[in-house]
Design a protein around this ligand. Structure first.
Ligand code: OXD
Ligand code: MN
Length: 587
């Protein structure tokens, strides 16, 4: 399928190592993919769902020991340990290759090796990058078909170039003790073995589009971020774009596909989803920052997705979708998960494939069960989704789950302060009970498990990008949908009503809204958050949500010092100065 000698010689090496019975190039044609779906159904790897209710949809179950990303077995294999930094597991490249080579040796005997050329980003885009993933899993092929632009079009994009990411994956024996997800940023290479779970094996996603790409971005002057991209269209048809980073379990996919509240819909506002997980950003010819979504699908968490929490995500899963580790309803051959509706099927199999009784108290779907759905299914997918130039970014938003500390929204004083705000992102791991604050996990820019190099250097790269963009840089904000009252109840309604906060953010970007200066940044005047049509929320509620408690922030500043101390002289001076300045403002 290609004459690219770099691809062919690398493939020769992998064939010699893995010793498959057969090698199949994935061209991306419908006929080839359908034959693979049929084959996977005949072996039990996949299960075909009700063609009338869920056309083109399949169910897959992973090994029960293999249901999530495995951070403790994920390594950055840079030559120097300090280039992986204090937040990554590190292994020397020669040690990692030596450890993994025997695991791959002959791992594909009796199996077929699939060669998947794929493109991250729209075909023909200056942002896009090509990868080739070799795998022994049909499930991987079919997921990569949804999540990327793959097949012949990707090879055409690559041409004769050597600039592609070499991804090698084998399920091998699924031995949990032999599971490794190794990244070799200096070799443009990823080796993943003994897993079949999406986040570990769909190598275009976290492995390439974040870990390897963040490293490439640093060297090439662009950014790979764990960010959604959404557009807000005003009644006169103008669209402004926002990117936003959140740690997991903060409603990122919901925000990406937000349904505006009635008051905005009536006026003609619309929200468009460009991406729900990853953004690649670079300076455009006009000096602004432009973003693409490198992916072509959504690999979303199923539980909790329903017609109210995220109707657009649910609609996206109604055709051409692969479900992983959800409940199978035996009566009508459809799927179910906790939080879909209040009617769990009585005659059903759980995520492990065992007979399931909804009254047993056991969960039917795995809490990390997933849907892999084509982005084009999404009713609010942006008309710019395939635009090779991407979309211009007005605002970048960071967020976390904080019971008391962070206000509903605040704006950074400037870009460098915004980088500081991103670097101190945090979520509380446990819900706050009666005023007690949960355990804080710092997750800078939501990149803790995804930054492919030293996070100190990564922060420096953010600071450098700000210099490069100058006064055309997006404005940076922080949001927190999760403030609780003294009984631990959420105060802010969240979901579609988050639009009210995004609206203030855009008004700030356009110089249309005022703000109040606090030690941590600019917060809105309470009256400037539109609460029309919101039950039980008054201007006083908003005042409470915007309060900045100096004592809590002083405590927080101490915990930020602990985080920063890990980086030694890799901590950019500018961020140390930002922390000192915060402490001084807090008094
Ligand atoms: C994801 C994650 O799956 O961030 O997107 O864990
Ligand atoms: Mn993610």
């Amino acid at each position: 399928m290609t004459t690219n000698k770099h691809v062919l010689s690398w493939l020769d090496e992998t064939v010699a190592l893995c010793k498959p019975d057969k090698v199949v190039w994935i061209d991306g044609s419908d006929a080839q993919l359908q034959a693979l779906r049929d084959e996977a159904c005949s072996t039990g790897e996949m299960h075909k769902l009700n063609e009338e209710k869920l056309p083109g949809c399949y169910l897959h179950r992973t090994d029960p020991s293999d249901v999530a990303r495995v951070e403790q077995r994920t390594f950055i294999c840079s030559k120097k340990e300090e280039d992986a930094g204090p937040t990554n597991n590190w292994m020397a490249p020669e040690e990692a290759y030596a450890k993994l080579r025997p695991l791959f040796d002959g791992a594909m005997k009796g199996r077929t090796m699939y060669v998947i050329p794929y493109c991250m980003g729209p075909i023909g885009s200056p942002f896009s990058k090509v990868g080739v993933e070799v795998t022994d899993s049909i499930y991987v092929v079919l997921n990569m078909d949804i999540m990327t632009r793959m097949g012949k079009q990707a090879l055409d994009q690559l041409g004769d170039s050597n600039d592609f990411v070499r991804g090698l994956h084998s399920k091998a024996t699924l031995d949990p003790d032999g599971k490794y997800i190794c990244h070799f940023p200096e070799d443009n290479t990823i080796w993943s073995v003994n897993s079949g779970y999406g986040g570990n094996v769909l190598l275009g996603k976290k492995c390439f589009a974040l870990r390897i790409a963040s490293y490439q971005g640093k060297n090439e002057g662009w950014m790979a971020e764990h960010m959604l991209i959404l557009g807000i269209e005003t009644p006169d048809g103008d669209v402004k774009y926002i990117t936003a980073a959140f740690p997991s379990a903060c409603g990122k996919t919901n925000l990406a596909m937000l349904v505006p509240p009635e008051i905005y819909k009536k006026q003609g506002y619309k929200v468009w989803c460009v991406g729900d997980d990853i953004a690649w950003l670079r300076k455009g010819p006009d000096g602004r920052l432009w973003a693409i979504n490198p992916e072509a699908g959504f690999f979303g968490v199923a539980p909790g997705t329903n017609a109210k929490s995220n109707p657009n995500a649910l609609a996206s899963t109604r055709q051409g979708t692969i479900f992983t580790n959800v409940v199978l309803n035996l009566d009508d051959n459809t799927v179910w998960w906790e939080g879909l509706d209040k009617n769990p099927p009585k005659n059903a199999l759980d995520w492990k494939g065992n007979k399931w009784d909804p009254d047993s108290g056991e969960k039917g779907a795995h809490p990390n069960s997933r849907f892999t759905a084509p982005a084009i299914n999404c009713p609010c997918i942006s008309p710019e989704f395939n635009n090779p130039q991407g979309v211009p970014v007005s605002a970048m938003v960071f967020g976390g789950r904080r019971a008391k500390t962070a206000p509903l929204v605040y704006q950074s004083f400037d870009w460098n302060h915004g980088v500081f705000v991103g670097s101190i992102m945090a979520s509380e791991t446990t819900a706050a009970a009666a005023g007690a604050v949960g355990v804080v996990r710092r997750d800078p820019m939501a990149m803790l498990p995804f930054c492919g190099y030293n996070m100190g250097d990564y922060w420096q790269h953010w600071l450098d990008m700000g210099k490069e963009l100058g006064d055309k840089a997006p404005k940076i904000f922080n949001v927190n949908w999760f403030r609780t009252d003294d009984e631990g109840h959420f105060i802010w309604p969240g979901f579609g009503d988050n639009m009210r906060v995004l609206k203030w953010i855009l008004d700030r970007c356009e110089g249309k809204a005022d703000a109040v200066e606090t030690p941590i940044g600019y917060v809105p005047k309470a009256e400037d958050i539109n609460i029309e049509g919101l039950d039980g929320v008054t201007v006083d509620t908003i005042k409470g949500l915007l309060e900045v408690d100096r004592d809590l922030w002083k405590e927080d500043a101490e915990s930020i010092s602990e985080l920063y101390a890990k980086f030694g002289d890799k901590l950019p001076k500018e961020l140390a100065a930002q922390l000192d300045a915060l402490k001084a403002r807090l008094g």
